[in-house]
Design a protein around this ligand. Structure first.
Ligand code: SF4
Length: 440
């Protein structure tokens, strides 16, 4: 695993789950509630179900699906009593900790705690009576259940008191918009945290989401310098997977690269499985979690392309995502310009030319096949390589040779004539002069 760019910001940890689901630590690095020293836990990936919680069988099926995709914590909405009632049947059937998402009705939080939920998400700003918030804190304290305090951009502007709303919005639009909003969010957060501190309740995580990626970066950076609680990162209402992905990765990636963030939820107007997949990929890309499954490298293609690489890559991805569990590096490259370099660094690789593919395993050429055979041969090599890794015969990342591209490589740089003929030279490391010419 590559080293993370920046040390993680230490926080007081919280613990989510029980003996049956397993307990997930979020944050760490400062002493916990028992005064024990802790280390920061790996950044946790969570998501939220898209269906109704009271539709019990569907909800359970969706939680299973999200857990199988890699979600470590799953949140469910509980707007009605029938939703918290459903939790009693859902929780025993699933194997990941469940968070109840509560808005407006403090009773839902109390019912969810009674039903055995593992964490509560609360926005104290939309629960008007402080005693109601106190009742939720007491219930969670009794059961050892943490609470996430979530202050979203959309929920902190006053909605009931018209005069207050007018004043807040007036400030919001004058001068630096984000400066005021940021100050407002921090002020609300401080106000809410005071309520929890007054109850000596510290099993708290914080979120302060917005749909504006640069604002998310600013507000979480500010919060990370003020409070020692774990941070739940997210860009809210990020839109479809296409735009939401860019917004989320821009904000969350930048924050985590500076060591800020202890759990993430990427949110899309789409199947939440994508949120989990993209969240994991983000953490893997930043070296914050150990990759599970294949690390697929592919070139973007250009005017030198010699095979239908887009189709090939998608087909390879679909199969390997389902079948490969070891973090092997697989490169699918369009031609000889960058193909040899990536093939050299990958465990299994193909680079193409003139409707053919040269396939390498740990830098050793194993095949030169026509385009219709590339997919099946590459998959077969990946499967075989995984079996050899699992049996201990080979190790990931080992490389037997340096690949020397043909010279000259052709006027267009494609080298396709040489590839078509199978004449791709490779030499053992340190023995570049002893070229081997292969044909298969
Ligand atoms: S590997 Fe070849 S085809 Fe792919 S982008 Fe690079 S030059 Fe173009």
């Amino acid at each position: 695993m590559m080293a993370p760019m920046h040390p993680r910001r230490p926080t007081r940890p919280i613990y989510v789950g029980d003996a049956r689901t397993g307990v997930i630590q979020i944050g760490g690095g400062l002493p916990n509630g028992r005064g024990e020293a802790t280390q920061p836990a790996p950044v946790v990936v969570q998501t939220m179900t898209a269906g109704y919680t009271h539709d019990i069988d569907r909800c359970v099926a969706e939680i299973h699906k999200l857990a199988a995709a890699g979600a470590e914590i799953v949140r469910v909405a509980v707007p009605e009593r029938k939703d918290t009632d459903a939790l009693r049947e859902i929780i025993p059937q699933v194997r990941v900790p469940i968070v109840a998402d509560v808005h407006f009705h403090f009773q839902r939080a109390l019912e969810a705690v009674e039903a055995g939920v593992h964490k509560i998400r609360l926005n104290p700003g939309n629960i008007s009576d402080r005693e109601q918030v106190n009742a939720v804190i007491d219930a969670c304290k009794d059961r050892g259940i943490p609470i996430r305090i979530g202050v979203n951009e959309g929920s902190i502007i006053e909605r009931k008191d018209k005069q207050k709303r007018k004043e807040e919005l007036g400030k919001f639009f004058e001068g630096r918009k984000n400066g005021h909003l940021l100050a407002l969010m921090i002020a609300k957060l401080e106000e809410y945290l005071d309520i929890f501190a007054a109850k000596d309740f510290h099993d708290v995580a914080i979120s302060a989401k917005s749909m504006d990626a640069s604002f998310v970066f600013d507000v979480y950076t500010e919060i990370s310098q003020r409070f020692h609680y774990p941070l739940h990162l997210g860009v809210t209402h990020a839109g479809t997977k296409e735009t939401g992905c860019i917004r989320s990765v821009a904000a969350l990636g930048a924050l985590m690269a500076t060591g800020v963030g202890d759990t993430i939820r990427i949110s899309y107007a789409s199947d939440p499985v994508y949120e989990v997949q993209d969240g994991l990929e983000l953490l893997w890309s930043l070296g914050l979690r150990e990759r599970k499954g294949v690390d697929l490298i592919a070139c973007p293609t250009c005017g030198r392309i010699q095979v239908d690489l887009f189709t090939l890559v998608q087909d390879v991805r679909k199969v390997l995502q389902a079948e490969i569990t070891v973090p092997m590096k697989v490169a699918v490259m369009g031609c000889i310009v960058n193909g040899p370099g990536e093939a050299e660094g990958a465990d299994v690789a193909v680079f193409a030319g003139d409707r053919r593919g040269i396939i390498y395993v740990q830098g050793e050429k194993v095949a030169n096949v026509p385009e219709p055979e590339i997919l099946e041969r590459l998959l077969a090599e990946c499967r075989q390589f995984q079996a050899r890794v699992l049996s201990g015969e080979v190790k990931l990342g080992e490389k037997k040779v340096d690949i020397i591209p043909p010279d000259p490589i052709g006027a267009l740089g494609s080298g396709f004539e040489k590839i078509a003929a199978g004449n791709v030279e490779h030499a053992a490391r340190g023995r570049a002069a002893e070229l081997t010419v292969g044909r298969s």
